[in-house]
Design a protein around this ligand. Structure first.
Ligand SMILES: Nc1nc2c(c(=O)[nH]1)N[C@H]1C(S)=C(S)[C@@H](COP(=O)(O)OP(=O)(O)OC[C@H]3O[C@@H](n4cnc5c(=O)[nH]c(N)nc54)[C@H](O)[C@@H]3O)O[C@H]1N2
Ligand SMILES: Nc1nc2c(c(=O)[nH]1)N[C@H]1C(S)=C(S)[C@@H](COP(=O)(O)OP(=O)(O)OC[C@H]3O[C@@H](n4cnc5c(=O)[nH]c(N)nc54)[C@H](O)[C@@H]3O)O[C@H]1N2
Ligand SMILES: [Mo]
Length: 764
């Protein structure tokens, strides 16, 4: 009997054995070492673990497949650029277990769907290509050539290339990503949704409009030299642990750190550097000077309160704003001031949920310093007004002239290790015309200038059967996207779903009529090709491009690289009608880099520069006060306050990451820094809110979200009383993605609003 696509897509509603303790007082240190070593020794061969630990994030080594935090230019520790969650990412990728034909013969798709995400991930590395024929219950082995041809036949059978969707996740290297988008464009569509659409798209939109570049402006050195660093809507202790080392350096140099977050994330309140044995014994550094417990989505209100007070001071005393900078480099100041004056300070502060005492501390630091960096992540980008969030913080930086100078600027902290690079080399459903013109000049075909599907549009397209083939280069689409049930139906409507993956995941189980799993090499593995072991390249959060080269033997002889997969499919699909010799690239990746150099700005002498031990910086206008916006200047903007009007029984829910996961990959079942162990089906609630609803600790509840008249439900969650502002609550992604409405997304950026979901909580 077959499961419905919805049933297979949702995470099983089974409880484990929840334990709750007080959150710890300190992060990293011994606890982190213990946790990482435990994971590495459990899942990896000892010899591989040793090889890995000396090569991760080292010059000439390989880039950690975890987050996109940059490596220091010079002083890399001999211990390896260590981080607990980086080691977990490697342990996950370089697992001892492999799964091939036998595994799939034993386990049907429906049986696998009964497993938890944790169990699915721990089944092992995918070892050979697999095919699910129409109506079959089990995946079967298929040769690489047959798999490529199958994709080719499906793609060539569509009425229009726009009936295919080509998703990318952010681990794909520059080389594979460039070839992939080139293939998609030569095939004839711009349907290139990617994980960025769900991640920093809002940052890209806001920063392009205001500062002329969709990326951040600061370097690591700026962070060391900043007077004030604001960390807004980000949990670096878990998601970017090596950022803590940079923040520690900043503090040592006298910098102050402000954390703006509904949760007092211990991960970055106090930190013990694992590379400093003395600190390990003496208890570490207090990182955060001021913690601001803002209400969920209260950030525009909080920033407006700061802006209003600054304006008041400026009008009373002068010397508060950087008037020379404003005069020379910005546009829209007068309109901005006029708009700002219409807001009321008390009302803004009330909406932000922050006390006047805390506000005053933040205000003093902002008033008295001019080298300010603002770092942010998903806490700002995953709201309906996400673009406004970021535009408002840019307003603050502009008033203080805190952009394009040492120790100051924007720092959107990127997620996947190469998500920024993928966009740079052309993974973009809305690529600019100048880029498309260069493709045309170089290759002699005309890429479509029509914008393609972003993630949300792709789901709608598949749901309406306007798109019929889904191809994913990495990632776990069904678990990452909003509205799990609707999206499962969308995928099930396809004729063919294809995933290029390292690990088994839920997306392999929610299939179209036919499905393919194409297993590929991971970052840590050697990529043998005709011209030897290949080097690839990635771009980190600060726009530095560097090389990455695997160090381990591939876990199976049947694996090929992402580059080889893309070349194989391009060749099988486009055949003689292609203007490109696809198979040549896979023998020698330096040829791909030669092409990137011709098509993408900033890659001059790519192959030569990549040999530099620390890589090279891409050009960045905002860093040097060259603002490539429509006005040629940095733009002030005017932004509204969000209008929540919660009903009496409603809460705002944010879906966040636990300490033991990388997006949809569940490393373990604990959230150590929040004191939550052995359970993920939990909801963190304000204790007052619990009382009002008569809810006890660990009470089992049902969550309901109602949006535009559609009701979505998630069952079986346990309540945990937590220090979180009133009317706010938190759950883990992906368990509650069933509640995220597909039509609730950031205006203009279309980032799903997975940090501001209106829900009600009912006893069951
Ligand atoms: N170990 C590990 N590393 C990762 C990842 C992972 O899953 N695991 N994921 C990678 C990816 S793709 C990304 S994008 C990043 C994600 O990195 P983060 O953005 O740090 O991840 P989230 O858990 O989504 O955390 C969001 C934080 O924002 C806060 N927040 C939520 N809503 C609001 C709000 O309205 N205002 C403010 N001020 N704060 C808010 C939450 O309390 C939480 O601390 O990490 C990357 N690195
Ligand atoms: N509710 C909610 N939803 C969210 C978020 C949230 O905060 N809340 N965050 C969003 C964000 S920021 C992001 S970035 C997306 C993430 O969305 P995705 O990038 O689609 O998801 P991941 O979980 O990172 O993908 C994991 C899978 O990638 C494959 N993989 C790992 N390494 C490689 C590799 O080297 N090559 C290939 N080909 N495959 C590999 C493995 O098979 C693994 O199962 O999710 C988004 N969804
Ligand atoms: Mo992300």
């Amino acid at each position: 009997m077959s499961n419905t696509p919805q049933k297979k897509a949702a995470t099983p509603e089974v409880f484990l054995d929840l334990k709750v303790t007080k959150p710890p007082k300190n992060s990293v240190g011994f606890g982190a070492l213990k946790s990482a070593v435990g994971m590495v020794s459990k899942y990896m061969k000892p010899i591989d673990a040793l090889k890995i630990s000396t090569k991760i994030n080292q010059k000439g080594g390989f880039d950690c497949p975890g987050c996109a935090w940059p490596d220091p230019d010079d002083d890399r520790s001999i211990l390896g650029e260590y981080c607990e969650n980086g080691m977990k990412a490697i342990a996950e990728e370089a697992q001892k277990n492999i799964i091939g034909a036998d595994f799939f013969a034993k386990n049907s798709v429906d049986e696998l769907a009964e497993l938890s995400d944790f169990e699915i991930g721990k089944s092992g590395r995918l070892a050979e290509p697999m095919f699910l024929p129409e109506g079959a219950t089990h995946y079967q082995p298929i040769s690489w050539d047959d798999a490529f041809n199958k994709v080719g036949v499906h793609l060539n059978g569509l009425n229009s290339p726009d009936e295919a969707v080509f998703y990318t996740s952010g681990r794909t290297t520059n080389e594979a990503a460039f070839l992939y988008q080139l293939f998609v464009r030569e095939y004839g569509t711009a349907n290139l949704p990617d994980c960025s659409n769900m991640c920093h798209e809002a940052s890209g939109k806001a920063l392009s409009e205001t500062l002329g570049i969709g990326k951040g402006s600061v370097t690591l050195d700026d962070l060391y030299k900043a007077e004030v660093v604001m960390v807004v809507g980000q949990n670096p202790g878990t998601n970017h642990p090596r950022m803590l080392v940079a923040l520690e350096k900043c503090k040592k140099n006298g910098g102050k750190i402000i954390a703006i977050n509904p949760l007092e994330e211990v991960g970055f309140m106090k930190f013990t550097n694992p590379q400093n044995p003395l600190k390990m014994l003496t208890g570490g550094t207090e990182l955060t000077d001021v913690f601001v417990p803002v209400t969920i989505n209260g950030d525009v209100a909080f920033f407006k309160a700061i802006l209003l007070r600054l304006l008041e001071k400026e009008e009373q005393e002068g010397h508060v704003f950087d008037k020379q900078f404003i005069e020379e480099h910005t546009s829209g100041y007068d309109a901005f001031v006029k708009d700002l004056k219409a807001f009321n300070f008390d009302e803004c502060l009330r909406l932000s949920g922050v006390s006047i005492e805390t506000f005053d501390k933040v205000f003093d630091l902002i008033l008295n310093n001019n080298k300010i960096i603002i770092c942010w992540a998903m806490g700002l980008t995953q709201h309906e007004n996400a673009v406004d969030n970021i535009r408002e913080l840019v307003n603050l930086l502009l008033l203080k002239g805190s952009i394009g100078k040492e120790g100051a600027g924007t720092c959107p902290v990127r997620g996947h290790s190469n998500v920024q690079g993928d966009r740079t080399v052309g993974i973009w459903e809305a690529a600019p015309k100048a880029f498309l013109d260069k493709i045309e000049n170089k290759y002699g075909f005309k890429p479509t200038t029509k914008h393609g599907y972003s993630v949300i549009e792709a789901i709608e397209g598949m749901y309406k059967k306007e798109a019929k083939v889904f191809f994913g280069l990495g990632g776990n689409f069904i678990s990452a996207v909003p509205d799990t049930n609707y999206s499962a139906q969308a995928l099930a409507n396809c004729n063919l779903t294809v995933h290029v993956s390292t690990k088994l995941n839920r997306s392999h189980l929610v299939t179209g009529k036919e499905a393919l799993i194409l297993p590929c090499l991971g970052r840590s593995e050697k990529d043998y090709q005709k011209t030897g072991v290949q080097v690839q390249s990635v771009e980190n959060s600060m726009g530095i491009v560097s090389s990455t080269k695997g160090v381990l033997e591939p876990c199976s002889d049947s694996l090929i690289s992402e580059v080889a997969v893309v070349c194989g499919i391009a060749n099988a699909t486009l055949k003689d009608r292609s203007k490109i010799n696809w198979l040549a690239y896979k023998d020698d990746y330096s040829l791909v880099r030669d092409d990137i150099e011709e098509v993408v700005d900033g890659f001059n002498d790519y192959n030569t520069k990549l040999k530099q031990p620390s890589g090279f910086y891409l050009p960045n206008g905002a860093r040097i006060r060259e603002f490539k916006t429509k006005t040629g200047k940095a733009n002030f903007t005017t932004n509204k306050l969000p209008d929540w009007k919660l009903k009496d029984d409603e809460l705002i829910m944010m879906t966040i990451r636990s300490h033991d996961q990388f997006n949809t990959t569940i490393y373990g079942l604990d959230d150590r820094y929040r004191g939550i162990f052995n359970e993920r089906r939990i909801i963190m609630m304000n204790r007052e809110d619990m009382k009002e609803r008569g809810l006890e600790e660990q009470q089992v509840v049902r969550l309901k979200s109602e949006y535009n008249g559609v009701v979505r439900e998630a069952h079986k969650f346990k309540v945990i009383g937590y220090d979180i502002p009133k009317n706010c609550c938190a759950t883990y992604f992906p368990e509650t993605n069933v509640l995220v409405p597909l039509d609730s997304y950031a205006h203009t950026a279309k980032t799903p609003a997975s940090k501001s979901i209106r829900i009600t909580v009912d006893k069951v």
